[in-house]
Write a protein that binds this ligand. Sequence first.
Ligand SMILES: CCCCC/C=C/CC(=O)SCCNC(=O)CCNC(=O)[C@H](O)C(C)(C)COP(=O)(O)OP(=O)(O)OC[C@H]1O[C@@H](n2cnc3c(N)ncnc32)[C@H](O)[C@@H]1OP(=O)(O)O
Length: 384
Amino acid sequence: MALETRQAQAVCIPAVHLHMTTATMQVSQKDFEKAQEQLKLLKKDPGNETKLKLYALFKQATEGPCNSPKPGMLDFVKKAKWDAWNSLGNLSQDNARQKYTELVSSLISAESAGQTKDASPEESRHGGYETIIVTTKNNITKIMFNRPERKNAINHQMYREIIKALHEAGKDDSTIAVITGNGEYYTSGNDLNNFANVKPNEMEKMAKDGAVLLKEFVSSFIDFPKPLIAVVNGPAIGISVTLLGLCDIVYASDRATFHTPFSQLGQSPEGCSSYLFPKIMGLAKANEMLLFNKKLTAAQACAWGLVTEVFPDGTFQKEVWERLKAYASLPKNSLAVSKQLLRSMEKEKLHAVNSKECEVLKERWLSDECLNAIVSFFQRKSKL
Ligand SMILES: CCCCC/C=C/CC(=O)SCCNC(=O)CCNC(=O)[C@H](O)C(C)(C)COP(=O)(O)OP(=O)(O)OC[C@H]1O[C@@H](n2cnc3c(N)ncnc32)[C@H](O)[C@@H]1OP(=O)(O)O
């Protein structure tokens, strides 16, 4: 099907707009006209978003800033076109011509390289992070633990960076946020080096500061305003498991395992799991996990209600991201208010549980039981 016809079907761009009508500078005029001809040769539909961009740039290039009255709310197609054109503000006609030409040229090159990807927007990477990778694409902000050589263990810097990333993702244009791991592990939980190299007279400070950081970290999950999805790509340990109760959906590879070895480490539950796990799986099962270190397979975690769905590892990424892309195209504000409704009755309670758990842990970190467990980890006596 010719591109023009497809454009007309999707956003009803009159074919006449694909042709140059006004006088512009000679060189740009030539390039601009050439771009319009090239556009007709595209074999693959570039998608509505790109077509709207092309439409808006064309209008801006040929007529200048948007000058027509805003269509009514229910005239969806006209409104989408008007919004796209109006969003260009006072962009000059020269610049619009230039951008139009560049956009067409990028579509042509992508197609000839066999990489059109249906003109889905490029993944943009957020700067300022070292221990995680934060990207946005298809209305999804992805926060990825990125210390694969340490099994994605969460050190102090990573706790702080995740707090910041969640804060930013809560405010950005994305519809949903995803948390996942890079490499073989989802994450091995708290980096036990967080407790290493602490001088005896600094132990209390270490415990106090740790409790403050942990409380803020867990709070950023409790308060996260949009749907938050955990994509558990591999084994998950400790705090990364408990936080799943604060995520709205949990997808797991069948290679993932779920382990909360708190008593083995002389510690106690966090991430609001002391409250949420009994609610999710019942007290008897929560006891096996949180008191007696029972490690669950993905299938067990799903049967116990901690995981939403398990996928074969071979197709995990493909199936999950396809599904998330569809979810992220749902109306953003509706999803956000619905999530908040589902969670709002519990919020105050969750903050109280978080405070209590951090208080208890602060004491635990100073206990001989905990210190011995950490020493023995570093002596390589106690691999989990
Ligand atoms: C602000 C503070 C908040 C605190 C909140 C509290 C949270 C509680 C928890 O999260 S409890 C869970 C803590 N996690 C663990 O106890 C896991 C410890 N790690 C292991 O048992 C193993 O490393 C393993 C089972 C995850 C993987 O074993 P494997 O043999 O496959 O691989 P290695 O052990 O050789 O791992 C490669 C290197 O990575 C280091 N590493 C992995 N995980 C951690 C970790 N959690 N803490 C510190 N270091 C970790 C491991 O030591 C290896 O390092 P090396 O190459 O230098 O030997």
